[in-house]
Design a protein around this ligand. Structure first.
Ligand SMILES: [Fe+2]
Length: 473
């Protein structure tokens, strides 16, 4: 294949792996707790071949990294998601598809792109109903064997899912049911959204398609005990713009934020749309409701990175989100969204103790940036080099920063069946800049600033990943 082109998202930490590896016994520094047993899965973009045009790192082929913990020892395995698109490009040996604009495809492949069900399966990974599903957000979920990492192809819930599925589904820890949404649900740039309910055995029991206020990238949504929230924020999608060669996705703050709020026991016909200030949130930490007041925490951008203005001019560079709290009082005569920053440090890729999802909770963890440490990327400070534990009751933060490493989304694992909220371990895969390799680091979840208890070193780089999940042994 040709060399990687000059693109900041194809260098260093981001440079794709060109191999699938199995490492049975990683080198351990410090100590990996012997009561931490299971597999930590990570999913991220890892293009198989150099992209045909400008590369957006949301669009690389999905690759799963699996770290298995067994009584203090750790193994690592990585495999590509063998999607239809991956198989076509493997045969031709060259990039044929543009990630962001399906219309930039050779004419003979256009029908394939416009009807493809699998996409690149590169964003997150979900274990539910005995299946492991790789999620993107423009296509169906993609099933992979959690032990062998063998690809099984698109999964449609026995034919019941006919739209896209987002990469941020929510599992109710009390009922075991899975709720997920879809945006641009019926085709590229459509203003249709979807809502789906899947029982704990993995069977779809409810599905709805409804209209959004406008066509937007709705990456995440929020579920509380009694409400479902659809935050539509102004990264818009526009077919006419795409056909005119302008940005298919763009930041249009004048469209405003519209939050759709639906009772969990209702339908989209019961939705009320509430106005909020223009902002963007890729990821919400958690939400809960009490007496008609909904409270949630969000990794909040005043304006987002990675997407241009509608005319193609860039948005300001190097913007970090920070943790904010949104409060929506449905008892008010005209409910609005009160938004307030909780801390002045960066906060992205938030996770919680999943047993407290949708309900009152205390502990969250996320990636952050220690700006006193040089980013190591020319012209950029968009580097996550720190892990933070945040107490949402006291607004206290406890942080550890790596002197020469990029962290990835943390994962909380409870210590044992009787552990209280937040008692356990936090895992993160760290790219070590000097050695160009990666280490899976394990922290005491309640004492992040003490640094990792142990590190399991991979002999090569684990490139940037977005999201992951944990399967207990
Ligand atoms: Fe995400």
């Amino acid at each position: 294949m040709k060399p990687w082109p000059d693109n900041e998202f194809l260098k260093g930490y981001y440079e794709p792996l060109t191999a699938e590896c199995t490492a049975p016994d990683l080198v351990i520094e410090g100590e990996i707790p012997k009561d931490l047993n299971g597999t930590f899965y990570r999913n991220g973009p890892n293009p198989q071949v150099p992209p045909k045009n400008d590369y957006h790192f949301f669009t690389g082929d999905g690759m799963i990294h699996a770290f298995t913990f067994n009584k203090g020892r750790v193994s690592h395995k990585n495999r590509w998601a063998r999607t239809e698109r991956f198989k076509i490009e493997q045969r031709t040996g060259e990039s044929l598809f543009s990630g962001m604009n399906p219309l930039e495809t050779p004419p003979e492949y256009l029908d394939f792109v416009l009807t493809d069900k699998e996409g690149v399966a590169n964003t997150s990974v979900l274990l539910h109903g005995e299946r492991m599903l790789l999620l993107e957000e423009g296509h169906l979920p993609f099933e992979m064997d959690p032990d062998t990492l063998e690809s099984h192809g698109a999964w449609s819930f026995y034919g019941k899912l006919n739209t896209t599925m987002s990469a941020h589904p929510k599992v109710d820890p009390v009922t075991g049911e899975l709720l997920f949404h879809a945006y641009m649900a019926t085709g590229p740039f459509s203003d249709d959204m979807g809502l789906y309910r899947v029982n704990k055995e993995g069977f779809m029991v409810e599905s709805y398609v409804f209209k959004a206020p406008y066509s937007a990238m709705v990456h995440d949504f929020v579920v509380t005990e009694n409400y479902i929230l659809f935050p539509v924020m102004p990264i818009s999608g526009n077919m006419d713009r795409a056909m005119a060669g302008k940005p298919p996705f763009a930041w249009e703050p004048e469209l405003g934020t519209k939050v759709g709020i639906m009772p969990r026991d209702g339908t989209p016909e019961d939705m009320q749309w509430i106005d909020g200030d223009p902002c963007y949130v890729f990821h919400f930490m958690n939400g809960r409701d009490k007496g008609g007041v909904i409270t949630l925490e969000a990794c909040h951008f005043d304006s987002p990175p990675l997407f241009p203005m509608a005319d193609g001019t860039p948005t300001p560079p190097n913007i970090h989100p920070s943790l904010s709290r949104w409060i929506i009082d449905l008892n008010a005569a005209k409910p609005g969204v009160k938004m307030e920053y909780l801390a002045d440090h960066g906060a992205e890729f938030p996770v919680i103790d999943p047993r407290y999802a949708m309900r009152d909770y205390t502990h969250g963890w996320y990636t952050s940036t220690d700006r006193s440490i040089p980013a190591g990327i020319p012209g950029s400070d968009v580097v996550y080099n720190a892990i933070v534990h945040f107490n949402v009751k006291t607004n206290q933060a406890d942080r550890y920063a790596f002197e020469a490493g990029y962290v990835s989304e943390p994962m909380f694992v409870q210590r044992n069946a009787s552990a209280g909220e937040g008692e356990g371990y936090v895992l993160t895969c760290v790219y070590d800049i000097p050695s160009n390799t990666s280490a899976l680091c394990v922290f005491d979840a309640q004492n992040i600033s003490a640094g990792p208890l142990g590190k399991a070193w991979v002999s090569h780089r684990v490139p940037v990943c977005f999201h992951g999940t944990w399967r207990s042994a």
